[in-house]
Design a protein around this ligand. Sequence first.
Ligand code: CU
Length: 172
Amino acid sequence: MGLIGLVVIAAAGGGVYYYAYLHPPSSTCGVPSHRMIFMTAVIFEVAGFQITNGAYLNQTTMPTFSATAGANLTGVKHQNYTATGNTINVQVGDTVTLYIYGINSTNTAQYPKIVGHGFVMSPYVQSGVIPLGKWYSVTFTATQAGTFPYFCNIICSDKHGFMTGNMVVSCG
Ligand SMILES: [Cu+2]
């Protein structure tokens, strides 16, 4: 299933409002949620890291995941919310699951034979690898407020050094 297919399913799931919330989605501080952040990664010359969607997971079990299909949200209780750009916004205490799809660009700026894009965000992610044409996922709990930069650590293009973003943890 491609990225478009996954987004369509996520939107359909998010439109259902009768789910019982384990953790009510809240922008108020002090109510931790499990956030799923969907992202794409491609060389900076094309777009770099981009967030495509956010969703609150409203069940205790994780969606099934595979590198080829990504997260399977069929039957998974969740509620989408708008998340864009490349700043991951969460709150202290949130469990955060990132789902990042590695786009294999046809742009000639992409260096040949790269295995994918890297993902490093200290102290939460030491050395993730986002394969080209596949999904990478990581889950952690945001334990302290602050701004946490993330970056690709695989030299993927001339502008590789710009392939960065931030996670902002609020409510500390
Ligand atoms: Cu990269």
